[in-house]
Design a protein around this ligand. Structure first.
Ligand code: PRP
Length: 218
């Protein structure tokens, strides 16, 4: 048999990566090296299964996967839509559930009804633009922020925000509300299109095992 090449995974750093590793462990895919929290290593290998893992910033995961530096990625649907890379989305992992919403003070609700030109702050300018221009047919000014987006309406940088709502507590604690829901979100598995063709059996097998495990857990 020809020597099997490594299958490489790019995982979005943080909660999603931890959840993914927990799930993989349940189907017998482990990476002991990754459990050492003091390690400064960036790439972790399971020699026996010929797997490699690395952690990356969420928005970089689709880039690694599209360009083939990783065969498989795990990242939020929000990032997949926002980055719009050429990758195959193969599985909804069901965790990391949240919603992309238009949020703001109650007083901003009226502004959304009358096609007024409003200012929208977001970490997701492409999703915000798509929603307002293509779905609502409302011309808006998009202001790109990199985090703590809820500040936008509080300091009058923007009228509303387009952001992720999970528990809703950030909104509540800051006197803001969900004004419109754009779409539900969760963690997804993505695959490089060439890897999908060259490693079809291995990838299909992995997806099937993960899918089965998720079904068992429901
Ligand atoms: C995300 C999101 C909201 C918050 C929503 O921010 O942008 O701010 O979580 O969660 P909640 O509904 O449970 O309060 P994150 O913590 O990723 O940090 P950021 O604001 O710096 O992007």
């Amino acid at each position: 048999m020809s020597e099997e090449r490594y299958l490489t995974f790019a995982l979005g750093k943080g909660r999603l990566a931890n959840k993914t590793l927990e799930l993989f462990e349940e189907i017998g895919i482990t990476c002991e090296e990754m459990k050492d929290k003091n390690s400064r290593k960036l790439i972790f290998v399971n020699e026996e299964l010929k797997l490699r893992f690395f952690l990356a910033k969420g928005p970089d995961v689709p880039t690694y996967v599209e360009l083939g530096a990783a065969d498989i990625g795990v990242v939020g649907k929000d990032t997949i839509v926002e980055e719009n890379r050429n990758v195959h989305e193969v599985l909804d992992l069901g965790f990391g559930k949240c919603r992309m919403c238009v949020c703001g003070p109650e007083s901003a609700r009226e502004l959304l009804k009358h096609h007024e030109r409003i200012r929208v702050a977001s970490k997701y300018p492409n999703m915000a633009k798509d929603y307002f221009y293509n779905k609502k047919h409302q011309t808006v000014d998009i202001i790109k922020l990199n985090g703590s987006v809820e500040l936008g309406p509080l300091v009058e940088l923007s009228d509303v925000i387009v952001d992720i709502v999970e528990t809703g507590s950030t909104l509540r604690e800051n006197g803001l509300e969900v004004l419109e829901e754009i779409c539900p979100l969760s963690a997804r598995m993505i695959v490089n299109p060439v890897s999908m063709q060259m490693q079809t059996e291995r990838i299909k097998d992995l997806v099937m095992r993960v899918r089965q495990k998720l079904a068992e857990k429901q």
